[in-house]
Design a protein around this ligand. Structure first.
Ligand code: PLP
Length: 461
């Protein structure tokens, strides 16, 4: 019987077909140039293979998501087994199915505090969009109809639906429209760039003061929630000053504003714990959103976790929860999530990350001695390298130089995929990297940066 899997094999054939595919978050014009696109055709463990037969270390873990590594039979078999028993049923109306139910229960046991209720969706963007929708509905039901505004931050990335892009840092929606009038952006908590002439403690005080001022200005009675990534990811891997999230949550509690943690990247082991909110940042969110590592990317799945208290209100009498997506909690995705978590537990992956992730972090930090490396930042398997033209002034290279892309291209030639983001290079590899692979990534990055630096005529030192 036809399988539909008569796939193009050569690079030429793949890219000819790919002319019809619109990539995401890409310079679509730049992609028209020969050699701009990379087709990945196979993957195993921490490695991927491109269509020219090159084996590359997956330094970005798919897209911050292939936490247990590629090709794990346990997950693939669980998906196949689930599909052969129940290919699809929804969690709409009165229906449920065992895989979604069991995964919701499992997440409730892993999540901190009373985050015992789980609404599934298909992407992190939708989980965040849904968090706000659910809170709006919650306040409607409480008769507090003005409580609709969202506090986010400059530098945040919360997705690209109409609402989640509005919660994302404003430069990312340049040239596009977004939900207007709902989101207000607080200061970016990046001490190295924004905290000139202050101690880190003073910088933290200033951030909290900025938040307090914005709340007073907008009126707490008009604000539904604060949303924040524990460590900002796609905005440049920004670790806030120690104690920041706790102070933010205290301020939220003071003003009766819900605290939503976007753990799309930080959950499922990347920082050494299933959830980072409590274990790493000492906070108890009212909601946590997750995606990516929940299935290690083997299936699309996201979730919005909420407290019993929020659930109590939205499940009270006289109302219908008019929110949800057909494929949310898809049996195959839920099975992937269950198998992924079981594998992480059996192999103690979060615990191992506390050791190997620290080694990865320190290996990357050691690149800080290179002239054009301004800051190496992040934690465990979530790292960013910011390049500067001048270390003392932190002055950047001209944007057109695309320094991150230059280093990423060089690294790819040497067998490592890293993700360029303007003048930053991001690394978010699978959590199962070995010590040897970590050392290899360190040396590829050092060689790549040094070679790019040597080739820059303006840096002819
Ligand atoms: N939130 C964070 C912190 C993310 O990093 C991302 C994606 O990178 C999202 C939300 C959006 O998730 P998705 O791309 O699955 O919609």
């Amino acid at each position: 019987a036809p399988t539909g899997l008569d796939l193009p094999r050569t690079t030429e054939a793949i890219l000819a077909a790919d002319g019809h595919l619109v990539q995401s978050w890409a310079d679509l014009n730049g992609l028209k140039k020969p050699g701009a696109r990379t087709a990945i055709v196979a993957a195993k463990g921490t490695m991927v293979r491109d269509s020219d037969g090159n084996d590359l270390i997956d330094g970005i873990g798919g897209l911050w998501c292939v936490n247990v590594g590629h090709g794990r039979r346990e997950i693939i078999d669980a998906i196949a087994q689930q599909l052969s028993t129940l290919d699809f049923y929804s969690t709409f109306y009165t229906f449920t199915h065992p895989a979604a139910a069991a995964l919701a229960q499992k997440l409730a046991t892993l999540a901190p505090g009373s985050l015992n209720r789980v609404h599934f969706s298909n992407s992190g963007s939708v989980a965040n969009d849904g968090a706000v929708r659910i809170l709006h509905h919650y306040y409607e039901r409480l008769g507090r109809r003005t409580k609709k505004l969202v506090l986010s931050r400059h530098g945040a990335y919360h997705g690209s639906t109409y609402l989640s892009i509005a919660m994302t840092t404003p430069p990312y929606s340049k040239g596009w429209s977004k939900a207007e009038g709902i989101v207000h952006h607080l200061k970016k908590p990046h001490y190295w760039r924004e905290g000139a002439d202050m101690t880190e403690a003073e910088f933290l005080d200033a951030l909290i003061e900025d938040m307090r001022t914005q709340i007073e200005h907008l009126g707490a009675e008009n604000i539904a929630c604060f949303i924040g990534e524990p460590i900002m990811g796609a905005g440049g891997v920004i670790v806030p000053p120690a104690g920041y999230h706790k102070r933010v949550q205290e301020l939220c509690a003071h003003y009766d504003i819900k605290f939503v943690a976007d753990e799309v990247v930080t959950a499922f082991g990347r920082l050494g714990h299933f959830f980072a909110s409590e274990a790493v940042f000492d906070t108890q969110p009212d909601m946590i959103t997750v995606a990516k590592g929940i299935t290690s990317g083997y299936q699309p799945l996201a979730a919005t976790l909420m407290t019993d208290e929020i659930h109590e209100v939205i499940s009270g009498p006289d109302g219908v929860f008019t929110h949800g997506m057909t494929y949310a909690g898809h049996p195959a995705a839920a099975a992937a999530g269950l198998a992924n978590i079981a594998l992480m537990e059996a192999e103690h992956i979060p615990e191992r990350v506390r050791v190997t992730g620290k080694l990865f972090e320190n290996t990357l930090r050691s690149l800080g001695d290179i002239d054009i490396v301004g800051e190496v930042r992040g934690s465990h398997f979530m790292m960013g390298i910011e390049f500067v033209r001048d270390k003392a002034s932190k002055a950047l290279f001209p944007e057109a130089l695309n320094i991150g892309m230059l280093v990423a291209r060089k690294a790819q030639e040497k067998g490592l995929i890293a993700r360029p983001l303007g003048h930053i290079l991001i690394l978010s590899p699978p959590l199962v990297l070995t010590e040897v692979e970590i050392a290899r990534i360190g040396s590829i990055l050092r060689d790549s940066i040094l070679e790019v630096m040597r080739d820059l005529p303006s840096l002819n030192r």
